[in-house]
Design a protein around this ligand. Structure first.
Ligand code: SF4
Length: 356
């Protein structure tokens, strides 16, 4: 089979497979409005469809147009995002909506190259919007697509290297069905998400098994290759849930770090886990002679893409909190906690303790 017929056979096999599968019909499937496609793509990054669905519906109903999102207060958007994690996505959504409002007169850009200029929009999302909304022939290349192409065509360049990125982009651009880019992109993503999955792919029922390089060469477990080892940084967060009759203390995370702009309890971050270390810190922070009691301790581990956050919440009752208040601390009555956006871990804590 020559190269040209191999390409057209790949896309027709893929489209044929897709046509005969029954996929759960999510509201963003077949969507043509670029704003809604963009919302769904940003919400679904690092999020399962089931988990993202209520957020997608909430954003569509609270901000039905890009203008509504642009004009909404940041705090409200963050509160609506609460629980989804990776909050830079929400901040980028808001910043981009503001840009579309001010510079594009509320009209979503309509070409791949214009969409790619938007903040927080990478090549994958730009290709998805351009193909789904405007029928532009741009191939999506995400983790699913890389896995499928690497296995079927035996692309051995590491996908996280410059040469690898180029190889996958070129192959994807060559394979896309130019007459039907939206359907093709949807099909290859669905195929990677349901058949050619990372562990135990369904090779037995796969329409490509007789031509799949990885299957023939028994390289399924090793392809695609990665060049760099992923390093995960451990961080140890000791939160102080300081409570008194007047309420509890919150502070906003203002530095460029995870959870920027969200609210938390006063935090002691240590390089290694050490209860003794945190108690010594507490002694320094509480004025001499002040009384406090550690009532309770709660722990939780959250895995982010490059960090593992070990959180410990110490519930400490303090008779007179006002003595302790620092400039960036806010004393908040319990019944007002609902108005603040918290990182997922603290939201879980507050929910478990029935404080929100
Ligand atoms: S044969 Fe297996 S590894 Fe190859 S494309 Fe199909 S599911 Fe993926």
């Amino acid at each position: 089979m020559n190269n040209k017929s191999r390409i057209s056979s790949f896309s027709s096999t893929l489209l044929h497979w897709h046509e005969h599968e029954n996929f759960r019909s999510y509201p963003w499937r077949g969507e043509k409005n670029p704003y809604y496609i963009w919302l769904s793509e940003i919400i679904m990054q690092q999020t399962r469809s089931e988990q993202g669905l209520p957020y997608y519906l909430k954003f569509k109903s609270h901000y039905p147009t890009v203008r509504d999102l642009a004009l909404a207060p940041m705090d409200t958007v963050l509160r609506d995002w609460q629980g989804l994690g990776y909050y830079s996505r929400a901040r980028n959504l808001k910043a981009t909506a503001e840009l579309i409002h001010s510079q594009y007169n509320d009209v979503f850009p309509s070409t791949y190259s214009e969409i790619l200029k938007l903040k927080g929009v990478g090549p994958y999302t730009a290709a998805a919007i351009a193909s789904f909304a405007f029928g532009e022939s741009c191939a999506v290349v995400d983790g699913n697509v890389i896995r499928v192409l690497s296995r079927i065509f035996g692309i051995e360049e590491p996908f996280d290297s410059g040469a690898g990125k180029k190889a996958f982009d070129e192959k994807a651009a060559l394979l896309i069905d130019k007459k039907n880019p939206a359907l093709y992109n949807q099909a290859i993503m669905d195929f990677g998400a349901t058949v050619c999955v990372p562990k135990s792919p369904k090779c037995g029922s796969c329409p490509f098994s007789n031509q799949c390089f990885a299957y023939q060469k028994e390289m399924i477990d090793v392809l695609p290759f990665r060049s760099k080892k992923l390093t995960i940084k451990n961080r140890y967060f000791y939160f102080l849930h300081l409570e008194s009759k007047a309420g509890i203390v919150l502070q906003q995370r203002t530095t460029k770090d995870i959870w920027q702009d969200l609210w938390q309890f006063p935090l002691i971050e240590l390089a290694t886990p050490s209860k003794r270390g945190v108690k010594a810190e507490l002694k320094k922070r509480f004025p001499a002679g002040s009384t406090y009691t550690i009532e309770d301790e709660w722990t939780h581990v959250q895995l982010l893409s490059h960090q593992k956050i070990h959180s410990f919440v110490f519930r400490i009752s303090v008779p007179d909190l006002k003595l302790l208040l620092q400039e960036d601390w806010q004393l908040v009555p319990n019944k007002k906690l609902d108005a603040f956006a918290f990182p997922k871990t603290l939201h879980l804590y507050l929910t478990e303790k029935k404080l929100i």
